[in-house]
Design a protein around this ligand. Structure first.
Ligand code: SF4
Length: 367
């Protein structure tokens, strides 16, 4: 490891940017430090390896990289954050994404645990002088509903979409729907006490100038290895330094078919109606999935605030570009379904091909 950063500066500033109330968790500054570059680590010391699996190419790359370096596969479990929750909202996510994750976990024989903010992003956005909804956490022992600490927080109002930008306090979707949920998933399971846990995410520096500044290895914000619980949690971003061609090479070598969004032409697989979508993506959604864009436009009207900083509603944004022409009709059919019916890995009928969205970073922004 090289380029050691001062953990007294970096960790507090990261926590501040994330805007996370740590709920009384004991935070210990670990003596292992924070590393800007950590392409290789001693992974054998960990009891449990958690991969945040979105179902996109970069989280796939992290899983496949662990296979390549010979990790004990029995230590791996996958976590997937449902951005729409399970209470009926379909505002943001791809219809098949939850089932796709189920199928990929089954295929590679890893446990998969879903977690979500109750009501998903839509319910959080509609919050009006009230507390946020509970977190829902799947565990080996069943589903937990974790209420909010009403003594430490106050009722508040959103009534607008997250604001496009790097600041996680105004672009609150990543922290409210993913980071915060994962944090509570770690702190509310005693199975992690007295254990060494490696928490893996799939960001790459190439994706954005913001991600270019990320550390590759650091203690997780809920690490308390020196505390009573003895919960040692490190974060590792094993593909942070990878270029996109290395990602596709990993998928191809392991025979993992390109996830559906890339086959449709998307450069990223994240929320289908991500606030960072380009005019081309919005035009494509309007053309092929009109039922997904209209609710977004209605909410913009209701809030009186658009996603676009230029104050143009999403329909007008979509009018600024031509839709992509989707030629992969098998993928298009899959995109309309909730059940994932395609194979996860290539076979005689479904050969591996580089998808239309590969190396197409111009059409989507960072998550
Ligand atoms: S994918 Fe886009 S909309 Fe979804 S959480 Fe990330 S930034 Fe927010």
């Amino acid at each position: 490891m090289s380029h050691t950063f001062d953990d007294k500066i970096i960790i507090p500033s990261l926590q501040e940017q994330m805007g996370l109330a740590l709920g009384g968790e004991e935070i210990i500054t670990p003596d292992t430090g924070v590393y800007f570059s950590a392409e290789e680590i001693d992974i054998t010391i960990y009891d449990k390896i958690i991969i945040c699996m979105s179902g996109g190419k970069d989280s796939w790359a992290t899983l496949l990289h662990l296979y390549d370096i010979g990790v004990d596969r029995s230590k791996i479990e996958l976590w997937h954050h449902d951005v729409d929750g399970r209470e009926g909202s379909t505002l943001m996510d791809w219809a098949f994404m939850a089932d796709y994750n189920r199928k990929l976990a089954e295929h590679f024989n890893h446990p998969l645990y879903f977690s979500w903010l109750k009501g998903g992003m839509e319910r959080e956005m509609l919050k009006e002088n009230e507390y946020s909804q509970p977190h829902m956490i799947e565990t080996p022992d069943g589903l937990l509903e974790l209420p909010r600490d009403t003594k430490r927080s106050k009722p508040s109002t959103r009534l607008k979409f997250p604001q496009v930008g790097a600041n996680l306090q105004t672009r609150w979707c990543s922290s409210a729907l993913k980071i915060d949920v994962g944090r509570r998933q770690l702190t509310n399971q005693t199975r992690f006490d007295q254990k060494k846990v490696l928490f893996i995410t799939g960001e790459r520096r190439q994706e954005s100038s913001n991600r270019a500044k990320y550390n590759q290895f650091e203690p997780h914000m809920v690490d308390c290895r020196a505390g009573k619980k003895g919960r040692h949690v490190d974060v590792w971003r094993p593909v942070l330094h990878w270029q996109e061609d290395r990602v596709w090479d990993a998928l191809q070598r392991h025979g993992v078919l390109a996830p559906v969004p890339y086959r449709l032409g998307w450069g990223r697989s994240s929320c289908m109606t991500c606030i960072f979508n380009s005019p081309t993506i919005w035009a494509t959604i309007r053309e092929y999935f009109p039922e997904k864009i209209m609710p977004i436009a209605s909410l913009e009207d209701r809030f009186g605030t658009t996603i676009s900083r230029d104050r143009i509603n999403v329909l007008d944004v979509s009018n600024k570009a031509k839709p992509m022409e989707i030629s992969d009709l098998v993928a298009l059919d899959q995109a309309m379904r909730e059940d994932y019916i395609l194979p996860v890995v290539a076979n005689a009928e479904h050969k591996w091909v580089m998808p239309a969205g590969a190396f197409n970073e111009s059409v989507c922004g960072p998550s």
